[in-house]
Design a protein around this ligand. Structure first.
Ligand code: HEM
Ligand SMILES: *[C@@H]1O[C@H](CO)[C@@H](O)[C@H](O)[C@H]1NC(C)=O
Ligand SMILES: *[C@@H]1O[C@H](CO)[C@@H](O)[C@H](O)[C@H]1NC(C)=O
Ligand SMILES: CC(=O)N[C@H]1CO[C@H](CO)[C@@H](O)[C@@H]1O
Length: 546
């Protein structure tokens, strides 16, 4: 090995290391002048270190984005840490290209590191071939026929929440101030437990026992979320070597992770045994007792349609447990909370909706019955548009590429471009919420909560939005669109069905008092009560049908 004498070796290393470090630094410093984005217009950077990130953290981030769109057009760039360019576009054609070419525009590794500590290599994290393989086995579990089977769980849990609130009214009279967030969050946790893995969180039960899996998950989620990540944690996102240094977060997450693994493995073993028994006794899949997602997944993995080399390992299946929890719990509850908020502030919409809901005679509607209520559908669509729970996401260009554009861009030199060049490593912001509410796409009343627009017909411009559902990006689009959108839509419909029939909702604090903060999902806060954490108080009264 050691052909070189030591002094020479040291000398070479002495040159090579500074050279490499210098090269790296130079390429970081020069990147903004070299990438394909350099001539795009955009807001000037206010700081070398933070770019425009500080303004974005302080101002209502969506409002600042809208200002930029007004000033610089549909496609521009802004500066982030160390003046790196970030491409921003609400051009529907460009977004369609980016979302449909999910291998050329994968998720960013930095963000994935934090998330992967919680969800392992589940569907949210993995990319490329592994993603395609997982998605193939998972897709059938989220199809309409499977969601139809789960509807009774949604309805039953919605009624349980209604009964909890009814009991509160019995306790302290009307109107009762209810913190809708916490109730909804318990409901969606119970639902994802039962519908996901036939696991009883029992969160809605006021006398329920403390739950091990719930606690493990809470620890992980708390550790994961929030901006107070600490410098070391942030640096770990960028420099994988640093991840070898233990910190208190890593230790806490590891402990919680092992609880989750143990319980997850127990669930998997149980379900495999049930499937094996069913196979022995000749019970066909559709007559199986368990209809939860995990069982369906294990079954799909055994299906002859899936070649052996395409199947999932135990670890991959296990990783879907925290994945469903992270992806399916807070998103749905926060969306429903915003829906109730919007309804509390639009009494006529609320009443019109209630009348439609009472047109169903059954207390326990099926999926098809829920889907046949046009105004309920319009209200849910409008909630997802105006209050998209996941307000934005991002992608990175895996190589140099040319992106088609609907609207040409004019660069800083006044040149018009009909397509957009990006360089490998450029980061692209996908502004879900801003796009959902763009006046250019939705018309002048874009900011208003108006379910009627879905009945009278939305503008053609909005029809070009490349989303998987409802001409919106609320569930994104392309091969990496939300796999659980049908699940959450029916869950939300069941909740609204049960709650709006039982109660009248009114604001508990003025409209302006509710503000929102961005973590992984948009969460409501009450101004002046930020220390109480995320909350959304509303007043409820029992609805008396005359
Ligand atoms: C209102 C509720 C929901 C909203 C707004 C929502 C939104 C989204 C969005 C925007 C993405 C794409 C994220 C990105 O690529 O950056 C996504 C992905 C995903 N969602 Fe949902 N989601 C919801 C409910 C659910 C539910 C109930 C489940 C599962 C039970 C779920 C499972 C997933 C999974 C597994 C992915 C990753 C898909 C992939 O990368 O292939 N989501 N969701
Ligand atoms: C929305 O997110 C917040 C923050 O984690 C969470 O506490 C809350 O429960 C979520 N909303 C609902 C309705 O569950
Ligand atoms: C999926 O199927 C493969 C091949 O039959 C098997 O090795 C693997 O253990 C299965 N995965 C699970 C989680 O059951
Ligand atoms: C996209 C976004 O948040 N912008 C606007 C949304 O609507 C509210 C009022 O309806 C405005 O205050 C925001 O600026």
């Amino acid at each position: 090995m050691s052909l070189l004498p030591y002094p020479t070796l040291f000398l070479l290393l002495g040159i090579a290391i500074p050279f490499c470090v210098g090269w790296k630094i130079a390429s970081i410093l020069l990147a903004p002048y070299l990438t394909a984005l350099r001539d795009l217009p955009g807001p000037p950077s206010s700081s070398w270190l933070y770019g425009s990130m500080k303004e974005m953290k302080h101002a209502d981030f969506a409002a600042i984005h809208e200002d930029w769109v007004a000033k610089y057009g549909k496609t521009f760039k802004y500066k982030e840490w160390m003046n790196f360019d970030r491409l921003y576009t609400i051009d529907t054609r460009a977004l369609g290209h980016i979302l449909s070419h999910s291998n050329d525009f994968p998720k960013q590794a930095v963000g994935l590191f934090f998330l992967s500590q919680v969800v392992g290599s589940g569907l949210l994290i993995v990319g490329g071939e592994q993603h395609r393989r997982q998605r193939r086995v998972l897709n059938p579990a989220f199809g309409p026929a499977q969601i139809r089977e789960l509807t009774s769980i949604f309805v039953e849990k919605a009624h349980q929440l209604r009964d909890v609130w009814n009991a509160d009214i019995n306790g302290d009279g009307e109107p009762h101030r209810v913190e809708v967030l916490s109730g909804l969050s318990k409901m969606t946790l119970d639902v994802i437990g039962l519908a996901g893995f036939n696991y009883h969180f029992d969160a809605l039960n006021p006398h329920g026992q403390k739950n091990e899996l719930n606690e493990a998950f809470t620890v992980m989620f708390r550790t994961l979320s929030g901006f107070n990540l600490g410098l070391l944690r942030i640096l770990k996102g960028y420099f994988p070597l640093l991840r070898l240094i233990p910190d208190k977060y890593t230790r806490r997450i590891d402990a919680a992770q092992s609880v989750m693994r143990r319980i997850g493995m127990e669930l998997i073993t149980e379900k495999k045994a049930e499937l094996a028994k069913a196979a022995e006794t000749g019970v066909k899949g559709e007559h199986l007792k368990s209809r939860d997602l995990l069982t369906l997944l294990l079954k799909a993995n055994m299906s002859e349609d899936v070649p052996l080399n395409q199947r999932l390992s135990d670890d991959e299946v296990l990783a879907q447990v925290p994945t469903f929890l992270v992806a399916g719990h807070e998103t749905t509850s926060n969306a429903t909370a915003w829906c109730l908020f919007a309804l509390a502030h639009s009494p006529e919409v609320q009443q019109r909706l209630r009348e439609e809901l009472f047109s169903l005679l059954s207390e326990n509607p099926s999926m098809d019955e829920l889907n046949e209520l046009p105004y309920l559908d319009a209200v849910i669509r409008e909630t997802m548009r105006v209050h998209a729970p996941v307000p934005s996401t991002s992608r990175i260009a895996a190589q140099d590429d040319v992106i088609p554009l609907e609207t040409p861009v004019v660069d800083v030199n006044g040149q018009v471009h009909n397509t957009l060049k990006v360089s490998k490593g450029n980061i692209i912001q996908i502004p879900i919420l801003v796009l959902n509410r763009s006046k250019e796409l939705w018309g002048e009343d874009a900011h208003e909560f108006k379910p009627e627009r879905w009945i009278t017909g939305i503008p053609d411009s909005a029809k070009h939005i490349p989303g998987v559902w409802g001409h919106m990006l609320s569930f994104l689009g392309g091969p990496r669109a939300c796999i659980g959108y049908r699940f959450s839509l029916i869950e939300m419909k069941a909740l609204i069905f049960s709650l709006i029939r039982a109660f009248e909702f009114q604001p508990a604090v003025p409209y302006e008092a509710i503000t929102r903060k961005l973590a992984i999902v948009q969460r409501p806060y009450v101004r002046g009560e930020m220390e109480k954490g995320s909350q959304l108080p509303l007043l409820i009264r029992r609805y008396q049908r005359t």
